[in-house]
Structures are given as C-alpha cells and as structure tokens.
Design a protein around this ligand. Structure first.
Ligand SMILES: Cc1cc2nc3c(=O)[nH]c(=O)nc-3n(C[C@H](O)[C@H](O)[C@H](O)COP(=O)(O)OP(=O)(O)OC[C@H]3O[C@@H](n4cnc5c(N)ncnc54)[C@H](O)[C@@H]3O)c2cc1C
Ligand SMILES: *[C@@H]1O[C@H](CO)[C@@H](O)[C@H](O)[C@H]1NC(C)=O
Ligand SMILES: *[C@@H]1O[C@H](CO)[C@@H](O)[C@H](O)[C@H]1NC(C)=O
Ligand SMILES: *[C@@H]1O[C@H](CO)[C@@H](O)[C@H](O)[C@H]1NC(C)=O
Ligand SMILES: *[C@@H]1O[C@H](CO)[C@@H](O)[C@H](O)[C@H]1NC(C)=O
Ligand SMILES: *[C@@H]1O[C@H](CO)[C@@H](O)[C@H](O)[C@H]1NC(C)=O
Ligand SMILES: *[C@@H]1O[C@H](CO)[C@@H](O)[C@H](O)[C@H]1NC(C)=O
Ligand SMILES: *[C@@H]1O[C@H](CO)[C@@H](O)[C@H](O)[C@H]1NC(C)=O
Length: 646
C-alpha cells in the first residue's frame, strides 16, 4: 500500500468513526491522570501508579508470589496504605471494610430483630444486590455467614467475601482501586449486582470494585457507526439494571435488547457474557447490539472500545465474559422503535390431568421449538417442575412472549400445539394478553425470581435446532428432559433463536453455539442440609458428570451459556466460546498479561485456582498460581517477546 493510499484509508476511518464515541458521562470525566500520580509523594505514587511496566520484560522476569496476598500475609497492604486509598477516593465513605450482612445473626453483633428481618427477606434479590458484598449464589462465597434458620454457619466469618469494597461513584475511584490492587498484589474482583451463577463477583482477600452506583442513562437520537449502523442508541452506566433501562427506553419510545430478569445488571456481566433477551429471536443477543464501551484497562487507563478504536477489545467484550478485560463504566447499545407484544401463559398440572398428559403437552411444545423461535421470532420462558413427592409434574409457560404479534397471530402460531392438545384430550386455555408496547408486557409478565439458594448446583446447555429436525431427535431430546425431571430436577427452559440471520453478529465473541440453538435450558441438583463435604462433592459429581453429561451427549459440539453455567463445567473454554477461544486468549494476554482480572472459568483463568479452605468449589481461599508451567505463565513469556510500547 502506498503512503498516499493509506492516508486515504485513515481519513475514511476517521470520518466513519462513531460520532458519539467519546460522549462521556459526568462520572466518566473524573479521572486519574499520570500527571496527578507524578505529583504525589513517592510513597503514594507507588501505590497508585499506572501499570505501564506490566508490558516490560522486567515485569515478566520478577519472581512474583505464587498467591495473591491475603489479610494475614506480611505483605498485605498496611492499614496506613488502606487509609491512603480511602482518602484518595472521591467520597469519604467510598472504601467499605466488609461486614457480612448476616453478622446481625451471630456473636457480639447479634440483633434478633434485624436477623429476623433479613431471614424474611432472604430470597428477595434486592436484599443482596443493594449490599456491597452479598452475591446471589452464596454457595460460592463459602457459606460462612448466613441467617441460621436458612443455613447455620455457627459463627460469622468473612470467608469468600472481599476484604474491602470501593463503592465507586466515578472513573477515578475505579482507577485508584485497580492500580492499588495491582501494585500491592491484592486480588481484584468486580461486583455489579452479584447475579453471577458461579460466584465470579466475590473472592477471599480481595478488593472489590462495586459498580452498582453508576446509574446514568443517556438517550441518543442518532448514533452513527457507519456503514453498519445509524439510528437511535442508549448509553447506560455499568450499574444500570434491567428495570431502569427498560423504563428509560420506554420514556423515549424505544426498546433495547436486555434480559428478562428484572434486577440483572445489564451493562456488567450480562451484556459482556452475551445476554439473552425477550427480543433475542428478533434482534440477537444483547452483545450483538453494542456500539461502544468505555472501560478501564488492567494498567489503569480509561479508554473507548468500539468498531474503530481498540477494536480487538470491542470484539472480546461482546461475549467474552465480565471480569476479564477491564472494568466497563458504560455501554452504548442500539435502540429500536417500540413494538406491540402479545403474551400467552399457562400451567398444566398432573394433579388435574395426570402425569402422562403433562409430559405429552410439554413434548408437543418443545418439539415445535424451531417453529416458535425461528419462524415466530418469539421467546418463551417455561418450567418443568417435579412435585416434591416425585409423583407429579407441572409444565408452566410464563410467558410465551411474541414481539410484534397480535393476539390472533400468536394464537395462530400456537395452533399446531393447541390442536395436538385437543387430540390428546388435554383442556387448554392459555391466558393471552395483547400489549401496546414492550415495557408494559415485560413488567407484567416476568416475575421477580427468588434467590440465594444454599444447596443446589446449577448448569445449562444450548440445544441446537438440528435436535428437532427428525422424530428420533425430538424423542431423544425430550426423553433426556423427562429423565431429568423424573430424577427430581427442575428444568428452566428458554426457547429462542439469536441467529445471525436476525440481529446476530458473527464478528464478536458470543458463543457460536447460540447461533444454532433454539433452546437454552438450565437445571439444578439439590442436596439435603446438612451435608458433609463428600456428600456435596458426590451430588455435584453426579450432576456435572451424570445429568449434564446426558445433556451434552445429545448436543455434541454445542455449548453452555457462561452467564448461567455450572461452576464445574468441563472443557469450559469450548463450551462457553467454541472456536472463538483462541482469539479471546490472545486479546487477554495482549491487555492483561499478568492476569490482574481473574474470575473462575473466565478467559485466561487457567493458570490460577482458588485453593478453598474446605475443598469445595468456592471463593473461600487464596487465589494461587497452578503449580507447574501454567498456561498463564506461557502467555506471559510469549508476551515478553512482543512488548508493547507506551
Ligand atoms: C434472577 C436472574 C435472572 C437472570 N436473567 C437473565 C436473563 O434474562 N438473560 C441473561 O442473559 N442472563 C440472565 N441472568 C444471568 C446474568 O446474565 C448473569 O448473572 C450476569 O453475570 C449478571 O451480570 P451482573 O453484572 O448483574 O452480575 P455480577 O455477578 O455482579 O457480575 C457478573 C460478572 O461480570 C463481572 N462484571 C460486572 N460488572 C462489570 C463491569 N462493569 N466491567 C467488567 N466486568 C464486570 C463480574 O466481575 C462478574 O465476573 C440472570 C441471572 C439471575 C440470577
Ligand atoms: C530476564 O531473565 C533472563 C533469564 O534469567 C535474563 O537472561 C534476561 O536478561 C532478563 N531480562 C531482564 C529485562 O531482566
Ligand atoms: C424486609 O421485609 C420487611 C417486611 O416483610 C420490610 O418491611 C423491610 O423493608 C424489608 N427489608 C428489606 C431490606 O428489604
Ligand atoms: C467457630 O469459632 C470457634 C472459635 O473461634 C471455632 O473453634 C469453630 O471452629 C468455629 N466454627 C465454625 C463452624 O467455623
Ligand atoms: C412488525 O410488523 C409490521 C407489520 O405488522 C412490520 O411492518 C414491521 O417491519 C415489523 N417489525 C419488525 C421489527 O419485525
Ligand atoms: C417417538 O416417540 C413416539 C411416542 O413414544 C413413538 O410412538 C414413536 O414411534 C417414536 N418415534 C421414533 C422415530 O422413535
Ligand atoms: C467429572 O469427571 C472428570 C473425569 O473423571 C473429573 O475430572 C471431574 O472432576 C468430574 N467432575 C465432578 C464435578 O465431579
Ligand atoms: C503448589 O506448591 C506449593 C508449594 O510450592 C504448595 O504449598 C501447594 O500446596 C501446591 N498446590 C497444589 C494445588 O498442589
């Protein structure tokens, strides 16, 4: 290419740069600068310096400690250092020393009324989301402080909770936290809402960055990311939750692709891990709709990642998973004109029609998954629930969600199902409701889901449309679902098709298994309380290697949704990312060669492991390098050969 040509190409690139790419929120304009760090006394500058030297050969050569420091290590930052951090943050209350909320149930801090209140509210997700350190899967915190009538922990200890939390109100707070943790060898975690199924938003001995308070939302009439997109967009802060985003979109007459769950943090783990939505069969995954990210990198720099700037990160952040590449502070997504919705819901219960008929009805519905997901562009949320005595079963549809369809069109789409039920002599009268727009439909139809189970392992699988192409395939698939329910496990099914043809984008890190899927199904195996360690491990083994292996056996080459996955998922790299993993690992080593950001089963996490104190899979233990020549060590060495310049 001649110099002349390349400058033309460059000019074209500048012209087509997303015009809104650097529209920053007020909280994004409060930043840490290298000049400021340089102006600090040496002792402080050392604590808060940017991490430019991670890309030098010297950094690769230093004999790093095997584990991130914990509070009982000599090299843990001194109280003085923590105080320096506290005073640099933008608010005097921003640095929070962890006090588990259930400490009101134990020891010197016992308060019966407060403990009772917490116990009553335990399954309400808001109880945990609005707490600085609580997560919704407390099993992975290590269950060291829970209200005793729910799970008696005898004492209240900090276990896998972080040591400190920064309640961030701006970019500066997050940069200070990132630099402090990296420079002092402290483990870093990010908590947004704590919804993650595998406990990725907590960790023993960590400094946690809490993004929940970053709530700004901006509607953009016309966002240009040409040639691929020109139209309305919404830029939302990392802490914005589904109920807030949908309301803001509705106020502007638009819809966005976000989750069914009311309290999920849309711009944190949800969208970075893919994000399925009631609109996914129409517009793809949430990650397919991202136009731009603002984020802070592992070295502490605040940057933009979009189609023209840092496009390798832009690619990876759309599906590569939260907590891996940096701390995202806001995301700009496409918005679409609002559209009418029709929903249908029903419950078929074996106490009324007998078990065989409930299974027959469920099979009739599931057999038609491609019709609903592909042809109908719908999203349905269904459950198959065994009764407690194991003798019965219920098939609940809550709801069948049909975007841009009238009641008549929806009923027509369900006609084959309806006539099958009639032929089986199953009385069927779904509740069909027409809504003028998305927001009212979403609000009315998706219930707040209960949380904080202490005795179940969950896992999921993506079922491709090819499973439904033949009668044999349909029979085999349903038989596996039925066996799961007969073994006492609930199935939470989502029928949808985020295909490349409708809204999907092949050029991002979303698990390719989503593109051929028509069902995303979750199940869980419960154990009794109390259970010994070996009983729990054996229940988990029969779940992961029993039930879930049967699911994998009938879906070869497919995968699992990383945001709603088994913490013990085997071969998770293939399962969560398929052939995208190689490139993801490259992006990870380019931006985070020292694995500052680590979360279980995340990109590049192979070289490290939590050495949990009780031997169960959880965050209650030090994060240490795997002994021997690890993948991470190899990546660091490879990196030393292609040093980045600053
Ligand atoms: C009740 C419930 C309903 C759900 N509904 C849906 C649904 O409808 N569709 C769907 O696809 N999924 C759904 N999920 C799964 C959901 O996508 C994941 O739990 C997801 O991880 C939530 O992201 P979060 O940021 O809210 O949670 P967190 O647990 O706080 O974070 C999840 C991960 O992302 C990282 N992270 C968080 N914020 C940032 C940030 N700003 N920058 C970088 N990394 C970050 C964290 O470190 C962690 O690794 C649901 C889960 C639950 C429990
Ligand atoms: C790194 O270590 C190797 C082997 O000990 C040594 O040869 C090399 O000079 C070191 N490089 C730096 C930059 O310290
Ligand atoms: C807990 O529940 C009680 C009553 O059920 C309610 O008054 C209280 O506000 C709730 N607390 C929280 C933190 O949700
Ligand atoms: C509770 O604390 C006591 C005293 O510190 C200790 O001996 C005991 O092992 C603890 N129990 C649990 C379950 O952690
Ligand atoms: C919704 O349906 C109308 C016609 O009924 C059609 O014109 C429009 O393109 C549809 N919108 C989408 C997003 O499919
Ligand atoms: C599928 O299952 C039905 C009902 O059990 C059975 O009648 C049919 O023969 C099966 N078909 C195949 C191809 O296995
Ligand atoms: C499943 O089996 C594999 C291979 O035997 C084993 O390594 C793994 O630990 C098992 N998983 C669980 C959860 O027991
Ligand atoms: C790794 O080695 C260290 C000592 O070098 C040891 O303390 C630790 O237990 C080992 N970890 C594992 C998982 O074998």
């Amino acid at each position: 290419m001649t110099p002349f040509l390349s400058s033309v190409v460059l000019a074209a690139a500048l012209l087509s740069a997303p015009s809104q790419s650097r529209t920053l929120f007020k909280y994004e304009r409060v930043q840490l600068t290298r000049e400021y760090v340089a102006s600090l006394p040496a002792e402080e500058a050392e604590l808060f310096a940017f991490g430019d030297d991670v890309f030098t050969e010297a950094a690769v050569n230093t004999t790093a400690p095997r584990c991130r420091y914990g509070p009982e290590d000599g090299k843990w930052p001194s109280d003085k250092a923590w105080t320096k951090l506290a005073t640099k943050l933008s608010s005097s209350t921003a640095l929070i020393k962890t006090v588990p909320q259930s400490s009101v149930c134990y020891g010197a801090t016992k308060n019966d009324a407060k403990c009772q209140d917490l116990t009553t509210n335990w399954t309400n997700s808001y109880t945990h989301i609005d707490d600085p350190t609580e997560i919704l899967s407390p099993i992975y915190q290590g269950l060291t402080c829970i209200p005793p009538t729910i799970y008696d922990t005898v004492n209240c200890t900090i276990g896998g909770y972080p040591a400190y939390v920064i309640k961030a109100t701006n970019v500066l707070d997050l940069q200070l936290g990132i630099n402090f943790a990296r420079n002092d060898g402290v483990r870093l975690v990010i908590k947004n809402t704590g919804h993650d199924f595998s406990g990725k938003s907590t960790g023993y001995g960590s400094l946690s960055l809490w993004t929940h308070g970053l709530k700004d939302i901006l509607f953009i009439d016309s966002y240009a990311d040409e040639p691929s997109y020109k139209g309305p967009a919404i830029k939302a802060g990392a802490g914005v939750q589904a109920f807030e985003l949908y309301k803001a979109a509705n106020d502007h007459g638009v819809v966005v692709v976000a989750g069914e769950g009311q309290t999920v943090g849309v711009m944190g783990g949800y969208i970075q891990g893919g994000g399925h939505s009631p609109l996914s069969s129409m517009y793809g995954m949430a990650a397919d709709n991202v136009l731009s990210f603002e984020l802070i990198t592992p070295i502490g720099e605040f940057i933009t990642a979009n189609s023209v700037t840092n496009s390798d990160l832009f690619w990876a952040l759309r599906g590569g998973g939260g907590g891996s590449f940096g701390v995202v502070t806001s995301v700009t997504v496409k918005a679409y004109k609002d559209l009418p919705i029709t929903t249908a819901s029903w419950t078929l219960d074996s106490t009324k029609i007998g078990k065989d008929k409930v299974y027959a009805a469920a099979k009739a519905f599931i057999d038609n998954s491609p019709k609903y997901a592909d042809d109908g562009a719908t999203y349905s949320y269904w459950n198959l629930i065994p009764s407690v005595d194991g003798k019965g079963v219920t098939f609940i549809m809550q709801p069948f969600f049909a975007p841009n369809k009238t009641a008549a069109q929806t009923t027509a789409l369900l006609a084959t199902f309806q006539s099958k039920l009639t032929s089986l002599n199953i009385p069927f009268s779904p509740k069909v409701t027409e809504y003028k727009g998305f927001y009212a439909a979403w609000q009315a139809e998706f219930p707040l889901e209960p949380q904080s189970d202490v005795q179940t392992a969950f896992g999921s699988r993506l079922f491709p449309r090819s499973n439904f192409a033949s009668e044999t395939g349909r029979n085999v698939t349903f038989q596996v679902f039925k066996d799961t329910v007969e073994a006492g496990q609930v199935i939470i099914g989502f029928t949808m098709a985020p295909t490349l043809a409708r809204g999907g984008n092949a050029d991002n890190a979303v698990n390719p298994a989503w593109r051929s899927a028509v069902i995303h199904a979750i199940t869980g195996r419960r154990w009794n309380l109390p259970s010994t360690k070996s009983a729990i491990l054996s229940a988990r083994s029969s779940f992961t290697n029993g039930t879930m292996q049967k699911w994998r056996d009938i879906t070869p080459g497919s995968g699992s949704y990383l945001n709603e996955a088994d913490r013990l998922e085997p071969n998770w790299q293939q399962s969560f990312w398929g052939d995208k993993y190689t490139k993801l690992l490259q992006v990870k080593s380019d931006w985070d060669p020292k694995t500052l950001f680590w979360a279980v089963n995340s990109v590049g996490s192979e070289g490290w492991v939590v050495e949990s104190v009780d031997g169960l899979p959880n965050e209650n233990g030090r994060l240490c390098k795997v002994n021997g020549t690890s993948v991470a060590a190899k990546a660091e060495l490879a990196k030393a050969k292609t040093l980045r310049a600053f």
